[in-house]
Structure formats: C-alpha cells, structure tokens
Design a protein around this ligand. Structure first.
Ligand code: HAM
Length: 427
C-alpha cells in the first residue's frame, strides 16, 4: 500500500463532507446574523508571532508547534490557532483605523503536535470569531452565545458553559504572588510539570488534573477574590448578559486556559460525554495582545471551537443532517445513445438540475439501481428508438409514472412537474 495519512490527521470523505458542509452553512448564516465577516489568513506565519502572542511558557509554544525553516532560512510555523494571525492581520492592514469593533470569523485547519486520541488530532479544524476594538462585556457574552446558537440549531442541549475571570495584569500579579507563596510549601505534592510551572506560569497549576496537585490545591482562594474593581465589574456584567440571554453557566474557579494572552473573561463549553477531550469551544478576552504585538492598546475578545469534536458530539447524540443528498435526475442510456446522454446531462446541469449519468456501458437494470441508490427524483431513459424521434422516457421515481417527453422540452417538463408537486421525494 502507498502512504497513509500522517499520524494525527484524517481524510474527510465524501460521506462526511455532507455533514461538514451542512454545519458550515449554518455557521455562515449565524455569523452573518451576528454581524461577523469572514477573514482568511495564511496556514503558516512567522514563528515569532506565536511565540509572542501565545506566550513562551505555554504548552503550545514549548512543545506543540510545527515549526520549520523555509529555504531562505526564515522560521515559519503552521498556525496552531487563529487569534494571533487575526491580530497580525488587524495590525498589518491597519483595521484599527476602520469603524470599531472589527468583527471577523474564520474556519479552517489548525496544527498542533499533540498525542493523538479521540477528539485530539494534529491537524484539526476550528471555527471561531474575534471582535477587536471593544471592551463591552456584551461582546464577551456574544462569544458564548454564537456557538450556543449553533448547538441549539443542531439540537445539542446537554452542554455546560464554564466561565471565569483571570483579571488584568495588575490584579492577576497579586494572585500569582499568592499562589506561589501558598503552593511553594506544598511543592513536593505537585507533579513535575506543575513544579516547573509554579514560578513561570503559576495559574496553569489550577487547571492541572493530576490527583496530588488537586490535593495541594485544597483550600486555595479563588482568583475572583483578587479581582480589581474594573475586572470584577466586567465579570459581573458578563454574567448579567448571560442571564439576560438565558444561557446557563457555571463559574469554574480553576478555568485559566492555555494561552498567555487572556485577560478578564475566559470560558469553555463542555460536552462531558466526550471524556478527556470534552471542550468543544473555548475563548476569552485578550485586552493586551494587540499592544503586545506592536499595535495600539485595543481591547478584544474571541472564541474558537473544534469541528471534529462537534461532529463526534453529534454522532454521540445520533444526529443526522436533514438534507438527504438526493439528486434531481439520473440519465440512463440504452444502446448507441452516449452523445445524447452526455449532451442532455450538461444541458440539465446548466439549467440548474443536479444530474447524474451512467459512465460505464451498464445494463438498464444496473442503471436503474444506480438511480435508486442516488435517490434520484426522476430517471430519464434515453433509448435508440425514442432518440430517433428526439424523445426520451421520463420516470418519476416515487410514483413509478412514466411519460414520453421531447428532448427539446425537457427543462420545461421538469420545471412543470416540480411545480405541480412531482418532486419525487422518496418515502
Ligand atoms: P483552544 O481552546 O486551544 O482555543 O481551542 C479551541 C477549540 O479547538 C477547543 O475547545 C477544541 O474544541 C478544539 N481543539 C483544540 N485543540 C484540538 C486538537 N488537538 N484536536 C481537536 N480539536 C482541538 C484557541 O485556539 C483560542 N485561539 C480561542 C480563542 C479565540 N480565544 C480568543 N479568541
């Protein structure tokens, strides 16, 4: 056998792409209702963007990036996420000079060198949105409301929205000092990762799931007790908006997320049945990132959600996309009719009918079977005798009714048949 897909990557086969396209269609609709425009950034960026943006001491930058030198010796990295690229684009094209906020969405592959398992791959797809140039807590709530809206449309309700606030650099600094002072005497209880993290990134100790670390964390004060007035007010308003939108949530004091750019609100949406990889969306506010990347001081907020995890979740609840993927017309040719079949197929497609035809020299029986399998509304049988009179038999598949129709009138006939309800949707 020739090569397989690289570890941690997958093909999306035609059967599955139907599901992807359905979800993508819903997303485009929802994003446009919420006033977000699509942005498409490159698959790779200069490595420094992610080092600075995501943070040197994060798991992603330390060990999960696909980084390589190009032939001119520049260090490039396949994007592990979409926020830093959007910020880069916002600065490069001076979008801060346009009316604010700039509201964008994206959908595409991201790359992380992680240990693959169910719901975790090395190439995965995210859809996400960013609102740059606003500190309004209503946009924080909007970032939660958008994925929740999609989940509701898909009939997915058993979700948990978890929120927290990790404050601004000032109040967080105080909490970091508190964590270091409190956890240092419990150092030997911490796992080796957390021992390493405690000085550099003590907040990450909070979301470590290791059991001995959990013991060490017993009795810790939550970060919300350390928030300054502004951060605390902001968090209160985000909660008030979520209440207003009737989106249930819980406050998870240990939720800190794995990026350095967050300030104030952070959140995750969890579908717990997925097990270890149960976060189907995550995001938060990043009021310092644009400045950190060399731009003006502009607040921003966003979210991203995993497509593969969403599809796993939908499989778990037995969801099926509503469209059956049926075609309008199947053209079966019998005898020396090939050119007429090819020509008719192209003509009907041009007129807007989804049309399929036989590509082999198969028997009428085999072709009828193919028409059934494709769920065709009509089958047009082009036989030599009929063709001599420039006609073909049109069979309405659901009722079995057949009619002889002049080829020249085919579009008009189909249009009429459709309008009178002969759409042939199969029982
Ligand atoms: P994140 O939490 O790293 O956030 O990723 C968001 C979502 O992407 C996760 O909740 C999960 O559903 C999916 N995901 C992440 N890694 C994988 C993986 N290896 N395999 C499959 N799915 C995965 C971000 O990326 C931030 N940029 C979100 C954000 C936008 N914050 C502000 N704006």
């Amino acid at each position: 056998m020739l090569a397989k897909t690289p570890r941690g990557t997958e093909d999306i086969l035609p059967k599955q792409s139907r599901i992807w396209q359905y979800i993508e269609g819903q997303l485009a609709d929802i994003f446009s209702l919420f006033g977000y425009k699509e942005i498409r950034t490159p698959m790779f960026e200069e490595t420094e963007l992610f080092q600075r943006g995501i943070g040197e001491a994060t798991d992603i930058v330390e060990k999960e990036m696909y980084t390589f030198d190009d032939r001119a010796g520049r260090s490039l990295t396949l994007r592990p996420e979409g926020t830093a690229p959007v910020v880069r684009s916002y600065l490069q094209h001076k979008l801060y000079g346009e009316p604010q906020p700039v509201k964008v969405y994206y959908l595409g592959p991201m790359f992380r060198y992680e240990r693959p398992q169910a719901g975790r791959s090395r190439q995965f797809h995210q859809y996400g949105a960013e609102a740059l140039g606003t500190q309004d807590p209503a946009t924080d709530a909007e970032m939660i409301a958008i994925p929740v809206e999609l989940y509701h449309r898909l009939g997915l309700h058993a979700l948990q929205v978890e929120i927290n606030s990790i404050g601004c650099p000032e109040c967080r600094g105080e909490y970091r000092d508190y964590l270091i002072a409190t956890l240092e005497p419990r150092m030997e209880q911490l796992c080796s990762d957390c021992q390493r993290r405690l000085q550099r990134n003590p907040l990450r100790v909070l979301d470590c799931k290791n059991e001995t670390c959990n013991m060490a964390k017993v009795g810790l004060r939550p970060i919300v007790e350390f928030l300054c007035r502004e951060c605390s007010d902001h968090f209160g308003q985000v909660q008030a908006y979520l209440d207003l939108l009737r989106i249930p949530y819980v406050i998870n004091h240990n939720l800190v997320r794995g990026f350095d750019y967050y300030t104030k609100t952070v959140f995750e949406i969890i579908y717990s049945e997925l097990g270890a990889q149960s976060a189907i969306a995550g995001g938060g506010r990043y009021d310092g990132l644009i400045e950190e990347c060399g731009g003006p001081s502009v607040p921003a907020v966003g979210f991203a959600a995993g497509m593969e995890r969403l599809i796993l979740t939908l499989e778990h609840i037995g969801w099926e996309p509503p469209i059956a993927g049926a075609i309008d017309v199947f053209i079966a040719g019998v005898g020396e009719t090939r050119s007429a079949v090819v020509e008719l197929a192209f003509r009907l497609r041009r007129a807007g009918w989804a049309t399929e035809m036989d590509y082999g020299d198969r028997s009428l029986r085999a072709q009828m079977k193919a028409a059934h399998r494709l769920n065709a509304a009509w089958t047009i049988i082009v036989g030599e005798d009929e063709l001599r009179h420039a006609q073909a038999v049109v069979r309405h598949m659901a009722s079995g009714r057949q009619e002889l129709v002049p080829l020249a009138n085919m579009e008009v006939y189909l249009r009429k048949a459709k309008d009178t309800g002969c759409q042939g949707t199969k029982e």
